[in-house]
Design a protein around this ligand. Structure first.
Ligand code: Q9C
Ligand code: ZN
Length: 684
């Protein structure tokens, strides 16, 4: 039932290194792999993974992406003298060769393909391959940027060929643009390539104009290449998450991949000398988690860059621990995205609006921005000409990067009980759940309170017992003895009130209350900020609107998959992340019209909040949903929704309007830079 996480690593891939002096290549060292693996072992993560041996790729596999001439040339490198190797290296950019690198490059592909095989055949659910050399810069006939063969591009072709995979999503969160991957799939609509990268208006390596947001793919592949250029260094967790919420995830869900490959470079993390970004290692837990419910959970992460050994090892651990299903840490340091990030997000969304229904109503780029793009290049240049000034700043940045300090990510302890359920008589407790009953310790005080609040007139013994169970379950969740739970009740509205009141009188200081479907929600409880209520329904909201009451109205309620998914990704998740609750209360109203797979997606995605503390409330008669819901709470990936159609235009529009209205209060909902700011930035 519980499928494992693969870890593919072989020490052999540490057996090559730079043999001469080259400042551009000095950061790519064997220790990168050693420290990453050691950290996985030290944290007990390696042991929990399914260890899979590497193998050498065959020529045919290399040729899935590369030319015969290039392969033959690389084949000769093991026999070259140092002088010959140096000369061979010179024809390529920012890469080095070593007598053993060809062997390692074949192992790196082989490791990646082993991972794909094990995931595609269902032997494991997901996994990570720790490889050297990396791959995403290498091209049809060229090595580049420490890369010899394009591991991930080969993996995508391999999956299509061997398993008939129809749609592959490649998420490249390395801080450099994987131009090799882009070139490979530019005109291929079956591979959606997403990359964010340090760009600085084309002033950062590899300094290509085709790394900008307006390279969207060609011919049939138009729209299937998504570039997010970072035009400033110092991007933080909220910048990364905003791009996921407002660019990548909507497109990825619309695309509906049957396999997700991650070009997992960690030079996008804090402390990295190449990236100079400020996202902390725990952000990779969230990035990973947010991708884990796509493609039925089939996710293969493959190491690319990452040159600060501390930050790299921590980030690798965060990624693997998330793949294993441990509770995701609370998101840290979430302000809003910075102006420069918003400018990039705005540009990408606008460049892609003609290709993706989810972006159809994205704001157009002001025409003045077209000239901003050119102007910025000029600006940067003139900065360099003011001799010395720019240079000094660069030196300072360098020092700051090396001095960067950040707390070690906290331990992620899984509670002894993963999922508890309190179900009415006659409903079997699903496999893997702990059947919860508080009868052992009835708390007379709680009992009295409940009776007072909910049963003044009548005396319904069954209902009272259920509410007692509910309270006891919440208490155990607060103590971190139970991660999440599922309760079936006769009256969801009453149970919801009871749970909210319980939380309000306990240590829990923030509850995210998500109501799905029509039915009265307790809008009055949102005054004090201790509850954020998001209701997705077909009813026009009535009553007050406040920062903490967000009614999302969809024309056909929850029955339109595409519209609902968009509301979850672009609205609910960013709100939830910024609010950072310590409990998520997920309530399914009767007759919500929501289909099971979408519900499972929602349940799965919400596990990224409150360290996985989600309590699900459903109506007693929804017995058929108990199994699927429990399975999602237990960490089983939701089934793929497949490619999504277009949401109703009026829904997309109303969601955009709502996002607009809430932006002043919730920065993570922003997708455009403040008008008139001219892209100025607080991090300059
Ligand atoms: N300081 C990977 O991360 N050198 N490759 C840039 C600017 C090339 C990075 C020089 C960086 C290649 C896989
Ligand atoms: Zn990189």
């Amino acid at each position: 039932m519980m499928m494992g996480t693969a870890l593919i690593y072989d020490e052999q891939m540490t057996k090559y290194k730079l043999l001469w002096v080259d400042p551009a290549c000095k950061v790519e060292v064997p220790e990168r792999l050693i420290v990453s693996h050691e950290a996985l072992v030290r944290n007990g993560l390696a042991d929990r993974c399914v260890s899979i041996p590497v193998r050498e790729a065959t020529d045919a596999e290399v040729l899935l992406v590369h030319s015969e001439e290039y392969l033959e040339a690389v084949k000769r490198t093991p026999y070259m003298s140092l002088g010959d190797l140096m000369e061979f290296t010179l024809q390529y950019g920012d890469v080095y060769f070593h007598p053993n690198i060809y062997h390692c490059a074949k192992l790196a592909i082989g490791a990646t393909l082993q991972l794909v095989d094990n995931v595609m055949t269902g032997r494991v659910r997901n996994g990570m391959a720790l490889v050297r050399p990396p791959g995403h810069h290498s091209q049809h006939s060229a090595a580049n940027g420490f890369c010899v063969f394009n591991n991930v591009a080969i993996a995508a072709q391999y999956a299509k060929q061997k398993y008939g995979t129809k749609r592959v999503l490649i998420v490249d969160w390395d801080v450099h643009h994987g131009q090799g991957v882009q070139y490979c799939f530019e005109d291929d609509p079956s591979v959606l390539y997403f990359s964010w990268h340090r760009y600085e208006h084309q002033n950062f390596w590899p300094m290509l104009k085709e790394s900008d947001y307006d390279s969207v793919g060609k011919d049939k592949g138009a729209g299937f290449n998504i570039n997010v250029p970072w035009n400033k260094v110092g991007m933080e967790n909220s910048d990364y998450l905003a791009v996921f919420f407002h660019v990548l995830l909507p497109a990825a869900y619309e695309f509906g991949p049957d396999l997700v490959l991650v070009s997992a470079g960690f030079d996008s993390a804090i402390g990295d000398p190449e990236g100079k970004m400020c996202a902390t290692p725990d952000v990779f837990a969230h990035l990973t988690h947010l991708l884990m419910n796509l493609a039925g959970g089939k996710l293969c992460a493959v190491l690319e860059g990452g040159y600060n050994l501390t930050s790299l090892a921590q980030s690798v651990c965060q990624t693997v621990q998330t793949l294993l299903g441990d509770p995701v840490p609370r998101p840290t340091e979430l302000g809003g995205p910075c102006e420069s990030a918003l400018e990039s997000i705005h540009c990408v969304r606008s460049a892609h609006k003609q290709y993706w229904s989810c972006l159809k109503h994205a704001a157009d780029r002001p025409t003045s921005d077209l000239s901003t793009k050119l102007f910025k290049v000029a600006e940067q240049k003139s900065g360099e000409e003011r001799n010395g000034v720019e240079h000094k700043e660069k030196e300072n940045e360098e020092m700051n990067t090396e001095a960067a300090v950040w707390p070690e990510p906290p331990k992620r302890l899984a509670p002894p009980v993963h999922t508890a359920s309190a179900l009415p008589g006659g409903v079997a407790c699903p496999d893997g759940c702990k059947c919860f009953s508080s009868s052992e310790d009835p708390n007379p005080f709680v009992l009295g309170e409940l009776r007072e609040n909910f049963f003044k007139e009548s005396e319904d013994k069954d209902a009272l017992t259920t509410l007692c169970n509910l309270s006891a379950l919440l208490e155990r969740m607060e103590k971190n003895e139970i991660r999440n739970g599922l309760v079936l009740v006769r009256d969801v509205s009453m149970a919801m009130m009871c749970a909210v009141q319980h939380a309000a009188t306990s240590l829990t200081n923030r509850v995210l209350l998500v109501c799905v479907g029509d039915g009265a929600a307790p809008t009055h409880i949102t005054e004090d900020g201790k509850t954020l209520l998001v209701q997705i329904s077909s009813k026009e909201p009535e009553g007050q609107k406040s920062k903490y009451y967000v009614p999302v109205c969809l024309r056909k309620g929850c029955s339109d998959m595409a519209g609902f998914t968009q509301a979850v990704l672009g609205l609910l998740l960013p709100l939830g992340y910024e609010y950072d609750p310590n409990l998520v209360l997920l309530v399914r109203m009767p007759d919500s019209g929501l289909c099971e797979s979408v519900w499972q997606q929602l349940t799965g995605l919400l596990q990224g909040l409150a360290q996985g503390h989600t309590l699900v409330l459903m109506q007693e008669d929804e017995k058929a949903s108990v199994g699927p819901t429990a399975s999602s709470l237990l960490g089983t990936p939701a089934p793929s929704l497949g490619p999504l159609g277009a949401p109703l235009p009026e829904d997309v529009e109303s969601l955009e309007r709502l996002r607009h209205r809430l932006q002043a209060d919730w920065k993570l909902l922003q997708t455009t830079a403040a008008p008139g700011s001219g892209g100025s930035d607080q991090r300059d």
